[in-house]
Design a protein around this ligand. Structure first.
Ligand code: ADP
Ligand code: MG
Length: 208
């Protein structure tokens, strides 16, 4: 790599990933009520409280002794979400972060391309665990386009996630609790897609 490449390529270290997840935890505190409201008409009104519990545990674990690699931070956070959130979203978000962390391995600093590849692996693991695809009105409708747009920039990823989350409104749910409603799930935003957009917005804000 030449010096000019070095200058142009943003790098992400453990401290960056920690700031990203703490910012997400902050936003989850602020938006928990709204996320639970979204989960009322097409779910069981617990998405905000589920994520609040999960990200409080993430914050506590990162305060205790943050790992010194980006992968280690993601794996630790993923494990907290899996073990503390009872709803579907805990294991799904936990899998996203844990798998992404494992994909990063022991690297102390990673570039945008590596972060994108790792998150892509995480998103694929979420799709496999939940059996959902884009268009099923789930978190994947925000995460999949976001990860693809991350190749352009974190800001582009944020825009793609927000567009994807809003795009769930006219969809009929085919996975998760909302799918029990059939056509009555149409006309409401998916709560998990909305929270995924918050996660990606926090990434973009941390990178800015
Ligand atoms: P629960 O549905 O158990 O109450 P939450 O309310 O915390 O859990 O999370 C609901 C969100 O989880 C949904 O809005 C959706 O985005 C996501 N979700 C549910 N099932 C799946 C699935 N099979 N694949 C992907 N995402 C899913
Ligand atoms: Mg719910």
């Amino acid at each position: 790599m030449t010096d000019s490449d070095d200058a142009g390529e943003p790098g992400y270290d453990a401290a960056f990933v920690r700031r990203w997840l703490i910012r997400t935890a902050d936003v989850v505190e602020l938006e928990a009520g709204h996320l639970t409201e979204l989960d009322s008409p097409i779910g069981d009104a617990d998405h905000g409280s589920n994520l609040q519990r999960g990200f409080r545990a993430v914050r506590a674990a990162l305060d205790q002794g943050p790992p010194d690699t980006p992968g280690g931070v993601l794996v630790l956070a993923g494990r907290q979400l899996i073990s503390t959130v009872g709803g579907a979203s805990g294991p799904l978000y936990g899998t996203l972060l844990r798998r992404a962390g494992k994909a990063l391995g022991d690297a102390e600093r990673v570039g945008t391309g590596e972060l994108q590849d790792a998150l892509r692996a995480g998103v694929a693991a979420v799709a496999q665990l939940g059996g959902a695809a884009v268009g099923d009105k789930t978190m994947l409708d925000a995460l999949v386009p976001a990860v693809e747009a991350l190749g352009d920039s974190p800001a582009a990823a944020r825009e793609a996630a927000e567009r994807g989350a809003l795009g769930t409104v006219p969809l009929q749910a085919r996975k998760g609790r909302a799918s029990y409603l059939g056509e009555r799930s149409i006309g409401h935003q998916d709560p998990g897609a909305a929270s995924s957009a918050l996660l990606i917005a926090a990434l973009a804000e941390t990178a800015a």
